[in-house]
Design a protein around this ligand. Structure first.
Ligand SMILES: NC(=O)c1ccc[n+]([C@@H]2O[C@H](COP(=O)([O-])OP(=O)(O)OC[C@H]3O[C@@H](n4cnc5c(N)ncnc54)[C@H](O)[C@@H]3O)[C@@H](O)[C@H]2O)c1
Length: 346
């Protein structure tokens, strides 16, 4: 039983809603922060509370962090398409809010900090499997903003501040806050609802991880007292590196009535095969779930209409943010924030 106090940002989100529930179940005291931009899902907590706050603009960090032992920072504009809708918003949320949170933690003496980064940072990795020393080739503002955040956190390590970074695989599976804009989830939903599994390209490699296994990895990173100074781990497992074509085949086995359709438009250029040996060696992390089983489970839930229509905008970060951007008055902010920040050398 652990009664540490953990602050989880992005607590209403796809991963956050699973993780905060699991921390609560394991006896942690939790505070969930979210601004409700993408989700308002609040899983019930026995020993925790939620605070509605926008991390870009916290008036009173002192009260927010009072009594907090550790922070798990998940809040972000998540995904390449959503981040590309408003580059300034993506940079403010994913990078500047991380800087402010890091500085507030250091001021307040919060020692332990676990950050959600992404294997998207590798972008294109040809040849050997990407380990944490492999050159990064971000293909989006999303990945760029995560890389800048990693740098900031690592450059602040020491003097009692102990940041740890998990570069996550692409997640899949059921969560209280469902996302049907993630490859496995959307392809499974379309297989059931449309009888079609659309594959854009197909030969690209990508690592996958169940959202509940990801929550377990975060708790391991939080609890780790590693003997080495390593602070960055790829989060996933080598066995779950798949080509998109493999994913389509696994889904087609679970949903035999669906046919696979290849499209050569809108191909996601990301292509990376990732090495996960260090998270297994340092944190003892191996996922408990197997993709094929979880696809069957998800397909059954979609068939039972448990989600009431997988195409609803609330299940997609891009569609949710697109509606927010469209409702804004004034000229669109558009792209350009990334370039400006990069020029400023941030
Ligand atoms: N889902 C994946 O496949 C995946 C893969 C790699 C990395 N990650 C990382 O994991 C983390 C969680 O992702 P997710 O899939 O749960 O995404 P999500 O969009 O479901 O959750 C993000 C949450 O952050 C909140 N948020 C956004 N801006 C905020 C702000 N300014 N202040 C407070 N809250 C804010 C949103 O309302 C949302 O609830 C993210 O950091 C993401 O980059 C996710």
């Amino acid at each position: 039983m652990n009664n540490q106090s953990v602050l989880v940002t992005g607590a209403h989100g796809y991963l956050g809603s699973v993780l905060i529930g699991e921390l609560d179940r394991r006896g942690y005291r939790t505070t969930g922060i979210d601004n409700g931009l993408m989700s308002q899902v609040q899983v019930p907590l026995r020993n925790g509370r939620y605070v509605a706050a926008d991390l870009r603009d916290v008036a009173d960090w002192e009260s927010l962090l009072a009594g907090v032992d550790a922070v798990i920072h998940l809040a972000a504009i998540v995904g390449d398409p959503a981040s590309g809708l408003d580059n300034d918003l993506a940079w403010e949320t994913n990078y500047l809010a991380t800087v402010r949170l890091t500085e507030a933690c250091r001021r307040q003496g919060v020692r332990d900090f676990v950050f959600a980064s992404t294997c998207s940072n590798y972008g294109l990795s040809v040849g050997a499997a990407a380990d944490i020393h492999t050159a990064l080739h971000p293909q989006s503002v999303y990945a760029e903003s995560k890389i800048y955040s990693e740098h900031h956190l690592l450059s602040n390590a020491g003097d009692g501040f102990n940041p740890r970074i998990l570069r996550l695989s692409t997640l899949y599976g059921r969560s209280p806050r469902m996302r049907f804009d993630l490859a496995v989830n959307v392809m499974t939903a379309h297989a059931v609802n449309r009888g079609e599994i659309t594959v854009h390209g197909g030969t690209q490699w990508r690592p996958f991880l169940h959202v509940r296994d990801a929550a377990d990895a975060f708790i391991r990173a939080l609890e780790a007292r590693p003997a080495t100074t390593l602070r960055v781990w790829n989060c996933g497992s080598s066995a779950q590196n798949h080509r998109i074509d493999d994913i389509a085949r696994i889904i087609a086995e679970a949903v035999p009535e669906a046919k696979v359709v290849h499209e050569e438009s809108a191909i996601d250029s990301r292509d990376y095969f990732v090495d996960f040996s260090s998270i297994r060696e340092d944190l003892g992390f191996l996922p408990a779930r197997v993709l094929a089983d979880e696809v069957r489970e998800l397909a059954a839930a979609v068939r039972d209409s448990r989600f009431g229509g997988c195409d609803r905008p609330e299940f997609s970060n891009y569609e949710t943010l697109r509606a927010v951007v469209a409702a804004r008055s004034g000229p669109p902010r558009g792209a350009g924030g990334a370039a400006q920040l990069t020029r400023q050398g941030v």
